[in-house]
Design a binder for this molecule. Structure first.
Ligand SMILES: NC(=O)c1ccc[n+]([C@@H]2O[C@H](COP(=O)([O-])OP(=O)(O)OC[C@H]3O[C@@H](n4cnc5c(N)ncnc54)[C@H](OP(=O)(O)O)[C@@H]3O)[C@@H](O)[C@H]2O)c1
Length: 223
């Protein structure tokens, strides 16, 4: 996909990987809408921040109503918003569990259903879902987070199979540790990190591959 003039929506843009992805998309010439609860610290003529809690059906509906009132369709959706905690299973409150699943998994479904009709009509489009290496193997303390990211992989693979016949590409990106605010609250401290800008540049590389190539999944780790 040539990103010049394309419409992109990114969730979780106030910090970390989502913020870095927005910058890279703007550099590549896209018009970018960013969704987050805290303000996204980006000033650019082609960037609009929409305050939204992605766990709210109503907030998501209102955000996409506003976007689709301005543009015929969304060409690129990056489902990135998420958080994690690593704790003993018996210390996790049901409301915490549900909030994590709502944020990391259900929000992807809520956003995806708004962009698919326009992409189908256009016969093109791309959806990038943020998984994790924690979605490929279980981690001590990660019952909630790993469950959410394993589910993201299952959601993504099924969506990929469903949409490829319409010319729509679905990719699940599974990073290892990235130096972001994620670890301010996660309760673990990795030994090695990648940088958010590096993950963003990888995502741009996947998005800008020739339309005939479908990168369905990519795992990347720090060295
Ligand atoms: N850092 C890592 O090592 C790593 C590795 C693999 C995968 N990931 C995944 O990468 C994604 C981004 O994380 P990050 O590392 O960049 O962490 P981060 O810096 O903490 O960014 C998380 C973003 O998600 C947003 N978000 C969280 N809950 C939200 C909600 N209810 N509604 C709207 N936005 C919400 C936050 O915005 P607000 O707080 O302003 O709402 C923030 O912009 C997550 O899905 C995470 O699981 C991270």
């Amino acid at each position: 996909m040539n990103l010049a003039g394309k419409t992109a929506v990114v969730t979780g843009t106030s910090s970390g990987i989502g913020l870095a992805v927005c910058r890279s998309l703007l550099d590549a010439g896209a018009v970018v809408f960013g969704l987050s609860r805290r303000e996204t610290p980006l000033v650019h003529e082609h960037f609009r921040w929409i305050q939204a809690d992605v766990t709210s059906d109503i907030a998501i509906d209102q955000a996409f109503d506003a976007i689709l009132a301005q543009f015929d369709r969304v060409d690129l959706l990056i489902n990135n918003a998420g958080f994690g905690f690593f704790r003993d299973v018996e210390s996790i409150e049901p409301a915490e569990w549900r909030r994590l699943i709502d944020t990391n998994l259900t929000a992807m479904f809520l956003c995806t259903r708004h962009v698919v009709p326009g992409m189908k009509a256009a016969g093109s489009g791309m959806i990038v879902n943020m998984g994790s290496v924690a979605g490929k193997r279980g981690i001590k303390g990660g019952t909630a987070y790993c469950a959410s990211k394993f589910a993201v992989n299952g959601f993504s693979e099924s969506l990929m199979e469903e949409l490829r016949e319409f010319g729509i590409r679905v990719t699940c990106v599974n990073p290892g540790s990235v130096r972001t605010e994620f670890f301010d609250h996660a309760g673990i401290e990795p030994k090695k990190y990648m940088q958010p800008d590096d993950v963003a540049s990888l995502i741009i590389s996947l998005v800008t591959l020739p339309e005939g190539m479908l990168p369905d999944e990519l795992t990347l780790r720090p060295i």
